[in-house]
Design a protein around this ligand. Structure first.
Ligand code: SAH
Length: 472
């Protein structure tokens, strides 16, 4: 993942001096942007164009008919250099640096301390788009998309909030209650009124809502059991994404990748509860108790699970604990590993005339001695999706053979299904045991077995045993 060279921050310029140095169009462009701020603007232009001089005069901008000097710069918050001449730009940048004032030189990022992002202006709401200077045109596209998304009056929501903020802080002591109040406010009637330009009505509705919120006892929290899908950020459902954005706490398994967890609300608390083969993990009973405790504290909890929460996700135990404790919950489905693995190789899980059942099984179920129902179904042509089957691949193959499945039955194993770093391995049932010895497969592995697998795109798949791969 790449990191930011330019960190987007919001800088307080109210009543502070911001200097623009330059005589022409570039200086004028910067001033047009800066008159949207509360800064005290100073234009340093020895020989300003007629347009520039007129603009400065019309906006009450102080005009000094000389280059900025060290003394003037010492008290400035920011300096914009737009001389249009490379030599002058560099010389002024040196003076500024000596004076310790952050400088932006138009079109010369190499000698600038800061960059000006593309801005969507809905003051007091500002959306800044930066591409670290790599793709200004991309930034413009993002800006256009956001412009279209936010009505021109969007800033009125910010104004509504500005007028209420102090009172809300005073009356709703607890951060979670405040957040819930604001979240409801921006979705409700007060927001509608504000957007319609009825500021006073919006304020009255909001104050009534504040009374209600204050009178309300601590509302109970809720637990959302959310499927994160196989690990690619864009295989998350929109609902899962929305819930992640509003969660107070995210309780996640080790199988859910960092990039997906990072999509949650920035200041949500994140709790990792392990569950990765062979590593220390929190006992299921403790997880159940944790969820109950968090919800009782009034928090919105997202219990984020790999794939789908109801497929080998131990959601059953968590739901039972929540029910017993009388806590509200909701399940949000996700793309389970079997579906992601099938998609990776375009394997039809059901295929007319070939496979009419899909069996979801766990490799660990194969450790018992009694044959299970799924093994018999396999013999009848079903497609079998085996979860947690890599380390017991040999046992799975043996039991399926014993149940009557042909040794030549096609098998596909997918490591990191659904992700950019997925690997496909394919072969016959008789070779499946070779998978267990593959120490290089460190990600989760899903195994698909059955005649329908042969209809997939398996040309690029490697064989199961590493020795076969080396020989090939
Ligand atoms: N609830 C999850 C399954 C959890 S059990 C789901 O619906 O997908 C853990 C097993 O799921 C792993 O051992 C592996 O067999 C499978 N698995 C989960 N994510 C996977 C992925 N991205 N690629 C391949 N297998 C995966």
């Amino acid at each position: 993942m790449s990191r930011f060279k330019f960190f987007p921050i919001s800088y307080d310029v109210a009543a502070r001096v911001v200097v623009v140095a330059g005589n022409g169009e570039q200086a004028l462009q910067k001033l047009r942007l800066l008159v949207r701020t509360e800064a005290r603007l100073v234009l340093c232009a020895a020989d300003p164009s007629a347009d520039l001089a007129a603009f400065a005069a019309a906006h009450g901008i102080e005009h000094i008919a000389a280059e900025p000097d060290a003394r003037r710069l010492a008290s400035a918050a920011l300096l914009f250099i737009a001389s249009g001449d490379a030599g002058d730009d560099a010389r002024l940048a040196l003076i500024a640096r000596a004076a310790g004032v952050p400088v932006n030189v138009v079109d010369r990022p190499q000698i600038s301390d800061f960059a000006v992002p593309a801005i969507v202006d809905r003051a007091p709401v500002a959306i800044a788009i930066s591409t670290d200077g790599h793709a200004p045109v991309l930034a413009q596209k993002v800006r256009a998309a956001i412009e279209a998304m936010l009505p021109p009056a969007f800033g009125r929501l910010g104004e509504l909030a500005a007028g209420l903020r102090e009172r809300v802080n005073l009356r709703l002591g607890e951060a979670n209650r405040r957040r819930r109040f604001w979240s409801r406010l921006f979705d409700g009637r007060a927001a509608e009124a504000a957007l319609a330009g009825e500021a006073e009505r919006a304020r009255i509705i909001a104050l009534n809502a504040l009374d209600a919120a204050e009178a309300d006892a601590m509302p109970a929290g809720k637990v959302f059991l959310v499927g994160a899908g196989p690990g690619a950020e864009d295989l998350l459902t929109i609902r899962a994404h929305r819930l992640l954005q509003t969660a107070d706490v995210i309780v996640h398994d080790a199988l859910v990748p960092e990039a997906v967890i990072a999509m949650g609300r920035r200041d949500a608390e994140r709790i990792a509860v392990g569950k990765r083969k062979g590593r220390h993990s929190v006992a299921q009973g403790e997880i159940d108790a944790l969820l109950v405790r968090l919800a009782r504290d009034g928090r919105q909890v997202v219990r984020l699970k790999a794939g789908d929460p109801l497929v080998f996700g131990r959601a059953g135990e968590e739901i039972a604990a929540l029910r017993a404790a009388g806590i509200a919950y909701e399940v949000v489905p996700g793309v389970t590993a079997a579906l992601a693995a099938a998609a990776d190789a375009a394997v039809p899980l059901t295929l007319r005339g070939v496979a009419s059942h899909l069996v979801v099984a766990t490799g660990h179920g194969a450790e018992g001695t009694e044959p299970e129902g799924w093994e018999k179904l396999a013999a009848e042509g079903a497609t079998i999706a085996v979860y947690m089957g890599k380390s017991v691949a040999e046992r799975v193959a043996a039991r399926l053979s014993a149940a009557g499945l042909a040794p030549a039955t096609p098998v596909l194993a997918v490591e990191n299904a659904g992700r950019a770093d997925r690997r496909l391995l394919a072969g016959r049932l008789a070779e499946l045991g070779g998978l267990a010895g593959r120490a290089d497969l460190t990600g989760p592995v899903l195994i698909l077995i059955g005649p329908a697998v042969a209809a997939g795109d398996l040309a690029d798949a490697e064989p199961f045993a590493a020795s076969l791969a080396a020989a090939a």
